[in-house]
Write a protein that binds this ligand. Structure first.
Ligand code: HMG
Ligand code: MG
Length: 333
């Protein structure tokens, strides 16, 4: 029987967070809707971060209330052989960096907004962690303690991201032992899952394999099943597909990706070099199939619907970039 792999599409969050042009909440809602229809397992919708730090995602609450009001659902999965009758919906998640972000998330969950997972995020690089969330690694982990406790009370699973698992834009290569050590500390805090981010897409299959071997060595193989380890690849040098193959060989069965390959962390950009996009969801699916796996946990992701979501996202971003460059050209003339 073909083994199934979990796909989390992060395009509404990672894909849009670094876009300077205005993108309407209605367009974000439409993108989430199209992703739900495609049948990906999870959609990372937004972040509860400071709008001063990430202006693009300042509409997190509005977007999530919009999602709740339209009740996004994918078509009945039995249509695609998933055996579920109707009303199936991907898990919707959002990033939460601290207790203040958790206040916002908890309020929305209290209103019935369907947030099925929340993600704290730290890094294996001190310099990146500081720039990204204004905290060193130890401080970031301290901030997560109340967030994780509140998630447990609410019954919401917590994902813990570790960025810069291969290299940091400011510190250079990161040792696998350092990544493993941060993962151990996150695991000790009680996160349900760990997501390993190659934030700048610097990994080769060999580096990815070495990093995963250190992490699995530290956490134990039970983190590979059931789906407690995810790989989150950015695709700078066209190596992401090969890294997925290496991760599959290492036992990873959960990957993040972004339709149209959009994405990038604003705090991983360096002057003259914008942070790279995520591995495109279509490329991830192709790679999985070539390796003999099926994309999607309980049924196949629908290629046509995914293509539609990708074309929509690419169009929205292209328009926002054109508007942003027109207004910056207007501003400097
Ligand atoms: P800070 O300035 O250190 O926070 O920011 P503070 O506690 O000193 O508070 C300063 C102000 O921010 C206060 O407001 C707070 O209320 C407010 P003021 O009194 O000045 O008006 N504030 C908040 N507002 C909204 N939501 C909050 C929040 N917390 C404080 N949660 C903070 C700390 C974490 C907020 C800030 O650094 C931040 O927002 N950073 C954003 C980082 C980010 O979103 N990065 C991109 C996502 S990570 C990523 O892309 C990597 C990943 O994809 C994996 C990979 O690729 O490796 C996940
Ligand atoms: Mg990322």
């Amino acid at each position: 029987m073909v083994e199934r792999v979990r796909i989390t599409d992060v395009s509404p969050r990672d894909g849009l967070q670094n876009e300077p042009g205005a993108i309407s909440t209605a367009d974000k809602l439409k993108l989430v809707e199209l992703l739900c229809v495609s049948g990906v397992d999870e959609v990372e919708v937004t972040s509860f971060v400071s709008a001063r730090w990430v202006p693009q995602l300042g509409d997190a609450a509005e977007l999530l209330r919009g999602i709740a009001s339209v009740g996004l659902l994918s078509p009945a999965r039995e249509d695609r052989g998933g055996g579920e009758s109707a009303g199936w919906r991907p898990v919707l998640s959002a990033l939460v960096p601290n207790d203040k972000g958790m206040d916002a998330a908890a309020e929305l969950i209290g209103e019935g907004v369907p947030l099925g997972k929340l993600s704290v995020f730290t890094a294996a690089s001190e310099a990146f962690c500081q720039r990204n969330i204004n905290a060193d690694i130890a401080q970031s982990l301290e901030r997560f303690v109340p967030v994780i406790a509140r998630c447990k009370v609410l019954g919401v699973p917590v994902r813990g991201y570790v960025s810069c698992v291969i290299a940091c834009p400011f510190e250079g290569p990161i040792a696998p032992a350092q990544v493993a050590s941060v993962c151990e500390r996150l695991a000790a805090l009680g996160v349900d899952e760990i997501d390993l981010g190659d934030t700048i897409g610097a990994g080769t299959p060999e580096m990815t394999g070495a990093m995963l071997s250190a992490v699995v060595g530290a956490l134990g193989p039970r983190w590979l099943t059931p789906l407690r380890l995810t790989l989150h690849l950015h695709d700078t040098f066209g190596q992401a597909s090969a890294c997925v193959r290496a991760a599959l060989a290492a036992g990873v069965r959960s990957f993040d990706s972004s339709v149209a390959g959009l994405g990038g962390c604003p705090y991983a950009s360096v002057p003259g070099r914008r942070a790279p996009g995520n591995i495109a969801t279509a490329l991830l699916m192709r790679t999985l199939r070539e390796e003999g796996f099926a994309p999607g946990l309980s049924a196949d992701v629908d290629d046509g619907a995914l293509e539609e979501a990708g074309a929509f996202a690419a169009g929205v971003v292209a328009r926002a970039r054109a508007t942003a460059s027109q207004s910056s050209a207007g501003g400097t003339s």
